[in-house]
Every structure is written in structure tokens, then in C-alpha cells.
Design a protein around this ligand. Structure first.
Ligand SMILES: Cc1cc2nc3c(=O)[nH]c(=O)nc-3n(C[C@H](O)[C@H](O)[C@H](O)COP(=O)(O)OP(=O)(O)OC[C@H]3O[C@@H](n4cnc5c(N)ncnc54)[C@H](O)[C@@H]3O)c2cc1C
Length: 380
């Protein structure tokens, strides 16, 4: 008889796990502390990266039984600005990334996955903050500390479809800012890896920058924001409990493209439990993306030392590459020398404090709003 497997969290990791279990004949029960799916997001655009593998990400997901039944738009072109505001157009033959929307609304990645899960027979328990899984199961409750935040605005606009990014410590310290527009909707954000308490300043500078460069007009702008944790775990298992997605620390430490890891790890965790061998989970995820995660940690350590002149050289190189996707896969994925530096780079992350608890009372920065939302749900 196929087992019943409980899953905590209905984000991409939890939903991918549930889908895998249900499609293979098991019973999947998903506990979600919010009353609906995708509550951590507000309709903002995110990109599913497509540059870390030669094959296409959507084909990889389809091969695992996760269909792209959500709105998704391939981007083969992206404009990068360097800190001096010079434009570098990056192109690739295959999509660099797929643009998706996040949140509870129709057409989002979260709703698309939920509908597939319901059709496959997954059971949901909403408004249930599960703290224990005595029989074992999958914990996919998202990030637990803040190493990076993304904050900005979602809005309506008449601008044409576009993807712009700028690397500058003046707009997003140690990170990057972006403007994404598709089908009359837009997202502008600063993705900060430092100085979180001044997010308002960085967001307003970012808005000003893109207004001046692209002429974008934001109609009905609404603030949004969220946080991510960026550690690379040694193991994502405690006995029969398997951690997936950001709950396990599966994130892209370089730029925060964590969705792909979330979906893959959810699938692997489900497979390991279905096969009655939870101990195989660590080897499954390590084989598929363990190396990539380590390289991303080293790349982040390097990136944080570049400063504005280094960012300028980097975007210039991407812009000059005949195919930006190939270039990024090779440059960010280069092997053994970077791996030697991994233990050193990793130490940087473990030494960071958890800023989620460092603000003053009444503060409404992204960290405090995320923490407040989490606390409210836990008290319900
Ligand atoms: C603003 C922002 C922009 C981003 N942009 C990108 C991008 O462009 N590309 C990319 O690849 N990634 C991006 N990311 C990262 C990406 O969104 C995450 O890596 C991904 O959502 C992680 O999925 P997850 O399933 O692990 O966790 P989550 O999506 O956080 O889902 C966890 C779920 O668990 C629930 N939960 C928590 N605790 C409990 C509990 N005790 N009981 C029950 N349920 C619980 C939560 O309510 C939540 O619904 C971005 C993140 C943010 C915040």
C-alpha cells in the first residue's frame, strides 16, 4: 500500500512534493498556515532561471511531472545597466529565464501548481500552522532567516514588455535592482544583500533610475517585499523528516533565484519517502544541484568584493558575449578552483546575524512586515 505523507508549507517546494506523491499513487496532505496559497507574494514577477543547465528548465520540470500550467513568458533579451548607467544588451538563442507571477491570484505559479495538485488528489489543510510531523514527512515552510531582501512596487503600466537590471551599490548594496514588465503589469525592486534598514532609500533611488532610463510610468503602485535565506546545508534530513526548498537553505546564494531548487528538492524529497529510503534524499539533491549551490556561495563572496567598478566589468562581459546564457552558465559554473574557496566563503554566511529580529517597534520595513505576517498566522 502506498503511504500517506504529510507536508508543511504550500510553496513551490511543498507543492512539487505533493504533486510527485499524488501522481505516484500516494496520499499527500499539505498543511499551509495561510488561508490561501502564495500569500508571501503579491502578484510580483519572478524569473525561473534557465542558465545553469544546458537543457531547458521547463522541460526538466515536465520530466518530473510538473507542467507549466501557469502564465510564463520566455525572455531571450535583457538590458543590464552598469553603475554608471551605461546600457548593455544581453541576448541568447534560448530563454535566459521564464517570467512568472507569484501570489494567490489567477495565472500565478502558485495557483497553477495548486490546481495541478488538486486534480492529482492532493489534500490541503489551510490556516493550519503545523509544527510537528511525528510520523516524518516533508518540511517546506520557506526561509527562516533573512540574508537578502527584495523590496519595491508592483503596478499597472502601458509600457512594452521588457526586462531591465542594474548593478550598483547606490541602488542595491551587494545586490541588484530590476524592472520587469509584461502584459500591462510591472515590478520594480531592489534586491539588497546589505543595509536592509535603508531599503526605502534604495527603492526610491531604483524607481528614479528606471523612470529616467526607460520612461516607465507606474499606475496604482503598491509596495511589496520579502526575504530569503542563503545558506548551503550539509544535510537536509533529520531522520524521517526531509527539508525542502528554502526551509533547507536551498537558494541561489549569488542572486536569489531559489524557485528552481525549491521545485526540484520538493520532488526529490517526495521520491525518497515514497521509495521508503529517506536516507537517499541528500545524495539526490547533492547530485543534481549541490555543486551549483557551492559555486553560488563562492560567486557571492567574489561578487561582494567587486564594488561598482567590478560590476561594470561584469555586465560589460555579459553584454559582449555572443550568447549571454552560454556565458553565464560557463562563468558562474566554473569548477574546481572556485570549489577550493568554498569552505572560506561559506564561513561568511554562518557569521551573519539574523536581522529579522533586529528592528525597533513600529518599524514597517520589509523584514518587520514579513515577520509580523508570520507571527499573525502563527497566532491564528
Ligand atoms: C521578493 C522576492 C523575489 C524573488 N524573486 C525570485 C526570482 O526572480 N526567481 C527565483 O527563482 N526565486 C525568487 N525568489 C525566491 C523564491 O521565491 C523562493 O526561493 C521560493 O518561493 C521558495 O519556495 P519554498 O516552497 O521553499 O518556500 P515559500 O515559497 O516561502 O513557501 C513556504 C510556505 O510555507 C508556509 N508555512 C510556513 N510555516 C508554516 C507552518 N508552520 N505550517 C504550515 N505552513 C507554513 C508559508 O505560509 C508558505 O506558503 C524571490 C523571493 C522573494 C521574497
Amino acid at each position: 500500500m502506498m503511504p500517506t505523507i504529510e507536508i508543511v508549507g504550500a510553496g513551490p517546494a511543498g507543492l512539487a512534493a505533493a504533486l510527485t506523491i499524488a501522481r505516484r499513487g500516494g496520499r499527500a496532505i499539505v498543511f499551509e498556515r495561510a488561508t490561501e496559497i502564495g500569500h508571501r507574494f503579491q502578484g510580483d514577477f519572478e524569473g525561473i532561471e534557465n542558465w545553469t543547465t544546458e537543457g531547458d528548465v521547463l522541460e526538466e520540470l515536465a520530466s518530473l511531472g510538473i507542467a507549466a500550467t501557469f502564465e510564463h513568458t520566455p525572455f531571450r533579451e535583457c538590458v543590464f545597466y552598469d553603475p554608471q548607467g551605461r546600457e548593455h544588451v544581453c541576448r541568447s538563442a534560448q530563454p535566459l529565464f521564464y517570467l512568472v507571477r507569484r501570489g494567490p491570484g489567477p495565472g500565478t505559479l502558485d495557483q497553477g501548481l495548486k490546481e495541478q495538485a488538486l486534480n492529482a488528489g492532493v489534500e490541503f489543510r489551510f490556516a493550519t500552522a503545523q509544527k510537528h510531523l511525528p510520523q516524518g514527512g516533508i518540511v517546506a515552510h520557506g526561509p527562516q532567516r533573512a540574508d537578502a531582501i527584495a523590496a519595491g512596487y508592483i503596478f499597472e503600466t502601458d509600457s512594452a514588455i521588457c526586462a531591465f537590471s542594474v548593478t550598483s551599490d547606490h541602488l542595491a548594496p551587494k545586490g541588484y535592482s530590476y524592472l520587469l514588465v509584461c502584459r500591462g503589469k510591472g515590478t520594480i525592486a531592489s534586491c539588497l544583500f546589505n543595509d536592509f534598514h535603508n531599503e526605502r532609500t534604495y527603492v526610491e533611488r531604483t524607481v528614479e533610475f528606471f523612470r529616467e532610463k526607460t520612461g516607465v510610468v507606474m499606475k496604482n503602485p503598491r509596495r511589496f517585499g520579502g526575504f530569503a535565506n542563503l545558506f548551503a546545508p550539509y544535510s537536509a534530513r533529520k531522520g524521517n523528516i526531509l527539508y525542502a526548498g528554502e526551509a533547507a537553505g536551498f537558494q541561489d546564494a549569488l542572486f536569489g533565484f531559489g524557485m528552481r531548487y525549491a521545485l526540484l528538492s520538493g520532488h526529490f524529497a517526495a521520491r525518497a519517502l515514497l521509495e521508503g529510503s529517506p536516507e537517499t534524499y541528500d545524495s539526490l539533491w547533492r547530485k543534481r544541484f549541490g555543486s551549483l549551490m557551492k559555486l553560488a556561495v563562492v560567486n557571492r563572496a567574489i561578487y561582494e568584493r567587486l564594488g561598482d567598478s567590478g560590476y561594470a566589468r561584469l555586465v560589460c562581459l555579459i553584454g559582449r558575449a555572443p550568447d549571454a546564457r552560454d556565458w553565464m552558465r560557463r562563468y558562474f559554473g566554473q569548477g574546481w578552483l572556485k570549489k577550493l574557496f568554498y569552505p572560506l566563503a561559506r564561513r561568511q554566511f554562518s557569521g551573519r546575524t539574523n536581522l529579522l529580529f533586529a528592528c525597533v517597534e513600529g518599524c514597517d520595513c520589509t523584514l518587520c512586515r514579513c515577520k509580523l505576517a508570520a507571527d499573525c498566522h502563527l497566532q491564528e
